[in-house]
Write a protein that binds this ligand. Structure first.
Ligand code: GLN
Length: 474
């Protein structure tokens, strides 16, 4: 699969069709079934849409995403389609409505090909917490694709679709993008409606695109972004044309901040080397590098795991065996129905987080943990505000390592949590971040990701920086 942009040129010139391209995609999905990227394939639905879009292309009425093949993380609702969240508890649950983001996709004539594998309820950094088994990294099948939007990253990286949608709470789009050599975007909090995104931690969650190129990610974002009366947290701000000027993106005169706290113990040398190299390239391109300080960085992971688990424990209370999904057949009374449905329906990591979240919210501990985390959250946000009064963009690695081996971190949740050390701050502060492939790890030959973060609603600037990195990579 090429970039959507190239495909669109060929589609408009009559050199290819949606029906033909889709058939090729399904062939590839089957051939690469072992990658386990998809939980549900929407063959008939997609084929009907492809025929409709081919007709519209001929009539000249096709939308801005005509024929874009999109894979969607299985925590984003599509009407009359199974919505599993990678969990046994929702294995057979069918959604009654579609997410606003997906309605907008289809209104623009994109074609939804399937729903993708993910860590259960988006909790994880490797896709190994999925009830359906891990998705595999197409660049090395013994390695994880990252998570929690692992399936969405694999769907793009393995060439089955043009783009995909994932979700972010603490890095779940950017980190798998870095691990698979794709572009991943976490937009500003409130930029995309979350109506129809299954809630994990509501003050952090955002939908985000994954693509082969920055341009495609920008185009996808601008189509689904914008206010939605069904989501009170969606922003009223108008959506600019994020694709404008990307071809001639230039960083001359820009101030690029590099936080000194983002070079930590346990980072792979290749990760440090690639950022150092990129810093030089920025300078050669006429940008000024500024060493900045984000002094509360060491509290990002603890703060994230207190807030995210607290909110998750509340959001996941709705899966009680009565209203949604799995009900234990072994229960003999109401109390048992709740208890058994939840203990049998949720996986280990989800249960760990519900317990942790319930603990930090319980009376006697609330002030020590939850309230404290909220206070530190403010300090982390202020770190960024201060930094952005000085610089235009912040440059960091996306993750401390390249894709790690399956099973390497499963027995040590804390080391797994540390994969999010460079990404979770953007969710805590609500700012946008992008991961663009830059550099490779010489021992494994695996791709690395460079991350750019921008002030609230400055996605345009962030995309220009990302497109520039893409250009210098060539
Ligand atoms: N890996 C992080 C977690 O496990 C982030 C997940 C996400 O962004 N959804 O919570």
């Amino acid at each position: 699969m090429t970039s959507y942009r190239n495909f669109r040129t060929e589609l408009d010139a009559g050199k290819t069709s949606c029906v033909e391209t889709l058939a090729g995609a399904f062939h590839k999905i089957e051939e690469q079934g072992e990658l386990n990227a998809y939980v549900t394939i929407l063959r008939e639905r997609a084929e009907a849409k492809a025929e409709e879009v081919d007709r519209k292309v001929k009539e000249g009425t096709a939308g801005s995403l005509a024929g874009m093949l999109v894979a969607v993380k299985d925590n984003i609702a599509l009407k009359d389609v199974r919505l599993t969240c990678g969990s046994k508890i929702l294995e057979n649950f069918t959604s009654l409505y579609s997410a606003t983001a997906l309605e907008r996709l289809e209104a623009a004539d994109a074609i939804i090909v399937g729903k993708t594998n993910m860590d259960e309820f988006a909790m994880g950094s490797s896709n190994e917490n999925s009830y359906f088994g891990s998705a595999l990294n197409p660049l090395d099948r013994e390695r994880v694709p990252g998570g929690s939007s692992g399936g969405s990253a694999v769907a793009v990286a393995s060439g089955t679709v043009h783009t995909s949608l994932g979700s972010e709470t603490g890095g779940s789009v950017r980190q798998p993008a870095a691990f698979t050599g794709t572009v991943g975007v976490k937009p500003t909090y409130g930029r995309i409606s979350r109506f129809g995104l299954v809630a994990f931690a509501s003050s952090l969650d955002q939908i985000g695109p994954i693509a082969h190129t920055v341009y495609d990610a920008a185009l996808l974002l601008q189509t689904i972004a914008g206010h939605d009366p069904n989501d009170a947290t969606s922003s009223m701000r108008p959506v600019p044309d994020y694709t404008a000027g990307l071809e001639s993106a230039d960083v001359a005169g820009m101030k690029i901040g590099v936080p000194k706290e983002y070079f930590i113990e346990g980072m792979e040398e290749s990760v440090v080397a690639s950022v150092e190299d990129l810093k030089k390239r920025f300078q050669d391109g006429g940008a000024t590098l500024v060493e900045i300080s984000l002094p509360h960085t060491e509290y990002v992971i603890p703060t994230y795991y207190v807030i995210a688990t607290a909110e998750a424990s509340s959001n996941l209370a709705r899966y009680d065996g009565a209203r949604y999904g799995y009900r234990s057949p072994n229960a003999t009374n109401l109390e048992e129905m709740y208890e058994m449905s939840r203990s049998e329906g949720f996986g280990e990591e989800v249960k760990r987080r519900i317990m942790l979240g319930t603990f930090v919210l319980s009376s006697g501990y609330y002030d020590a943990y939850y309230r404290k985390a909220q206070q530190v959250r403010t300090l982390i946000s202020q770190d960024f505000e201060r930094a952005f009064s000085e610089v235009d963009l912040i440059l960091t690695p996306t993750a401390p390592t390249a894709a790690f081996k399956l099973g390497e971190k499963t027995s040590d949740p804390i080391s797994m949590y540390l994969s999010d050390i460079f990404t979770a701050a953007a969710n805590i502060a609500g700012i946008p971040g992008i991961s663009v492939p830059y550099g490779t790890d010489p021992t494994t030959n695996l791709p690395l990701g460079a991350q750019l973060m921008a002030p609230h609603f400055e996605e345009g600037r962030m995309f220009r920086g990302g497109a520039w990195i893409e250009q210098i990579v060539g």
